[in-house]
Design a protein. Structure first.
Length: 224
């Protein structure tokens, strides 16, 4: 079965004035759709056809080092996955701070919500070129990380994404021209969906409790 092009979880005008309907129509209707269409065309007739989007992302990432054809598969499939996750990371009812277990974890790891918001904005704004800014669970700890181009944390087994902000120019240029900082501030202050993040955090925490011990994470091993 071909990969599906998912609907936005809200209307094209729902995030105005921070993200305009014009931007969302182009971003979702043209950019995101093209990634899905390209991924479908690229896997047709290969052993990746019929796999889930997540499987295609992970398998193409593994094979790209030895099979250059997999680079285009990865780029398009990962962009399809990242965009679907990005739409769900935003909500017209955003602007509330995270509560419950996730709120406490953010307070512990970033010295409070304001500390998180400032660090996230800085990371997203300073990322050179095109890419993504993520809040991820890395085992028990939360981390802010950025990825370039189509790269995605789902190819690293120990990382569970909780939220993402797209900082490709196509995400903000029609509304803000080159002012990425204004776009990032608007999104972080008013549009992040902390209920979606909390659900992802619950799932990640439960998976890490039930996962078999596999030794230290690579970063910890390297530091030892
Ligand atoms: Fe995008």
């Amino acid at each position: 079965m071909a990969l599906e092009f998912p609907d936005l979880p809200y209307g094209y005008e729902a995030l105005e004035p921070l993200v305009s309907g014009t931007t969302l129509k182009t971003h979702h209707g043209r950019h995101h759709r093209a990634y899905v269409d390209n991924a479908n065309a690229l896997v047709l007739g290969t052993d990746l056809a019929g796999k889930t989007l997540e499987e295609i992302v992970k398998r193409s990432a593994q094979r790209a080092a030895t099979d250059p054809a997999m680079i285009a598969v990865f780029n398009n499939a990962a962009q399809a996955w990242n965009h679907a996750f990005y739409w769900r990371s935003l909500t017209p009812r955003g602007g509330r701070e995270p509560q419950g277990a996730l709120g406490r974890r953010i307070a512990a790891d970033f010295g409070g919500y304001a500390g998180f918001a400032q660090a996230f904005k800085t990371a997203a704004t300073k990322l050179f070129g095109s890419g993504w800014a993520w809040l991820v669970a890395d085992g028990e700890v939360l981390r802010i990380l950025t990825t370039a181009n189509a790269d995605t944390p789902i190819v690293q087994e120990r990382l569970a994404p909780l939220l993402v902000v797209d900082v490709w120019e196509h995400a903000y240029y029609l509304d803000r021209q080159a002012d990425r900082a204004a776009y990032v501030s608007g999104v972080v202050n008013h549009l992040l969906d902390w209920e979606f993040a909390a659900e992802n955090y619950r799932r990640a925490a439960s998976a890490s409790r039930t996962a078999p011990a596999t030794g230290p994470a690579p970063a910890a091993a390297a530091a030892a």
